[in-house]
Design a protein around this ligand. Structure first.
Ligand code: 1HN
Length: 363
């Protein structure tokens, strides 16, 4: 470095300036190189620690939720699963209340085991059972209650990292006690009575707030949709994504689009012995194994996975899935995976890209 160049760079530094020519490789890579790592969290460990938290840490105003978040090892110690998505296990003991509040962050719950908790969203009590998916768009009041005599765990997904990075968050506490009609253990939510009938839109109500008006997508429907696709495939009709791979997206029945403005949610079933072709996409996803077992490859990493395990697929890292029997198998013979991603953000901004070509030899 010449003295003249050194002086130039000192001048830049003094004035808080950075020239493009020293940074361009990082600012404009040929393709996304995610800061986030592909990583797997074992449900057994999450579950054990959540139970431990249940014995020691109360739920109440202030902390709000007994939620324990996945912290991607490459995202600086923040409770961020990916650069845009939060994922956590939440644990509620018999009789416990998670107090009412609202926030601009869009959220959902997905239940991998247990039942008996209901969540009250905007005054509508919604039951939660294994396999149910419950979206809850930002700024809705919500609280949870465990009305049984068993503890219950589920996962929460939110766009917290996205709103944190972009500085759009608002938060408000709600009522300290919930009573009356909102405290009953519901059979079905009002939102299901209105919006939960396939292909039928109620004419007596309007829906203009963001996010799906249907607050619970019940497992029986998801399961049936997937097994029907595979039935049709066996009979030689189209309907699956690829051989042995059925999939559905949870959609807003009022629009047909994604259930939440920032979060896409899907369910995938890969039959025993089937292998999915590698796919890479811009944006990041979190998967949870709902049932079955198999091997999952993300970029250079391969893990054996089983019920409840959660893993992250960072932007532009290829994912492929093998469905095969595991050590502790007692399942239906397919690998069932719940997936959520930030795809609606990328699609809205027209920067979503998917690549199905075989790129195993490329970086
Ligand atoms: C929240 O309200 C829930 O309602 C879960 O269950 C996780 C993480 C941060 C902030 C609010 C819930 C949350 C959260």
């Amino acid at each position: 470095m010449t003295p003249a160049l050194e002086a130039l760079y000192r001048g830049f530094e003094d004035e808080l300036l950075i020239p493009l020519w020293t940074e361009i490789g990082d600012l404009m890579p040929a393709h996304p190189r995610s800061k986030a790592a592909a990583h797997l969290w074992r449900w057994q460990s999450l579950r054990r620690l959540a139970e431990q938290a249940g014995e020691i840490v109360p739920v109440g105003r202030g902390g709000e939720r007994r939620a324990i978040a996945l912290a991607n090892p490459s995202l600086g110690g923040k409770p961020f699963a990916t650069p845009t998505l939060w994922a956590a296990i939440q644990y509620l003991l018999p009789g416990e209340d998670a107090p009412e509040h609202r926030h601009t962050q869009h959220a959902f719950r997905f239940v991998v085991e247990g039942s008996g908790v209901w969540t009250v969203v905007g005054g509508d009590a919604v039951p939660m059972n294994r396999g149910d998916f419950l979206p809850q768009a930002g700024w809705n009041w919500h609280a949870h209650h465990n009305a049984t005599d068993e503890p219950m765990a589920w996962i929460d997904g939110l766009d917290i990292p996205f709103q944190w990075t972009n500085e759009a968050q608002f938060f408000e506490f709600g009522r300290d006690e919930i009573s009356g009609a909102e405290r009953i253990t519901p059979e079905r939510a009002r939102s299901e009575q209105l919006w939960g009938h396939p292909g039928l839109r109620p004419l007596g109500v309007t829906h203009s707030t963001p996010g799906s008006p249907l607050l619970s997508y019940k497992w029986e429907h998801t399961d049936r949709a997937l097994s029907d696709q595979l039935d049709l495939e066996r009979q030689g009709y189209a309907g699956t994504v690829e051989p042995g791979h059925a999939a559905v997206r949870f959609v807003d029945p009022s629009t047909g689009g994604d259930v939440l403005p920032t979060i896409r949610a899907e369910f995938h079933r890969v039959t025993r012995g089937s292998v999915t072709a590698p796919v890479r996409e811009t944006g990041s996803s979190v998967y949870q194994v709902f049932d079955g077992s198999g091997r999952v490859t993300v970029g250079d990493l391969t893990w054996s996975v089983t019920r409840g395990d959660l893993f992250v697929v960072p932007s532009w890292q290829p994912l492929s899935i093998v469905s095969e029997a595991g050590d502790t198998d007692s399942d239906s013979g397919a690998l069932d995976l719940f997936r959520f991603s930030d795809a609606p953000i990328f699609e809205a901004l027209r920067i979503h890209r998917t690549d199905h070509s075989d790129h195993t030899d490329k970086d």
